[in-house]
Design a protein around this ligand. Sequence first.
Ligand code: DAH
Length: 349
Amino acid sequence: MPVSDQNPLVDQLREVHTEALERLGQVSDLTALDGWRVHYLGRKGALTQVIRGIGTLPTAQRPEVGQVSNEVKSALEEAFEAQVGAIKQAKLAKTLSRERVDVTLPGYPVSLGRLHPSTQTLREITAIFGEMGFQVFDSREVESDYYNFELLNIPPYHPARDMWDTFYINERVVLRTHTSPGQIRAMQAFHPDPIRVILPGMCYRYEAITARSEIMFHQVEGLAVGENITMADLKGVLVNFARRMYGAERQVRFRCSHFPFTEPSVEVDMDCIVCNGDGCPLCKQTGWLEILGAGMVHPAVLRNGGYDPERFNGFAFGMGPERIMMQKYGIDDIRYFFSNDLRFLEQFG
Ligand code: DAH
């Protein structure tokens, strides 16, 4: 008979071993597993309890208990580690199957931003004039009263100021009410050289906001200065612009008008893009749509820009891209442009 058969502690150790392995097989989460470890391998655990009884054995039997208890201990520790690995593995497999990614599925579409409709129109206008040799000249949005009015031949207290409702920052500084002060800045920058520029930018007016008027809007100013510029040049450039912007078949007419900074002054109309001149609600039955104001640069303005009006002359024009778009796309309320409603903005581009 093997020695262990006569050694009760060794028998107990073997029982603990068997029982521990059996229980371990039933443990399926890490918390329970830790409980198992404390119960069998802990300082006051089942193994330790058995070994405590060693003093009751005859000396000859003691070494065997030590040896077997070490064997059982390392066997249980090994089994414990294996079970930790198995539980973690099972958990991972579960997570992976839940979070599985099907890389063959089509991706979610990324929604692209787009340019604001006003920006698109500004670019279109810039491209057309660019091909006619006009450069873009940037001018400031916060202007002095002097540039916004006086240098453009609009003295203080002159009734012509009623044409522009103005945001005053203080007595001398305004938010520009039109891009025309940029004409003076361009002339001062370029003189005595000839000029061919457009000046796009934001303008501001102290007005009640309605479907037809906003307190902020864009304008594109144009300016040509040289030695032999005539009204025919003005007409040629603007007719060309209207036809490239709205279609080659457009008819354009020039009506006498008045602006303090041009002499003579005109307003430019084209035949209505909806009814081709027959009369409809868009053109208010007139058959014509006004697209811009223009004229030959006033001698006083040329002089203020640094040019000798005896030698130089030029033409200028100003238009509002938002108005142009309203006509082109049948938009009936200017407020859509700056109210940031995506349902409106997404229709362009
Ligand atoms: N500045 C004018 C306005 O805001 C528009 C204008 C008219 C500009 C005639 C011009 C021009 O350059 O020649 O109403």
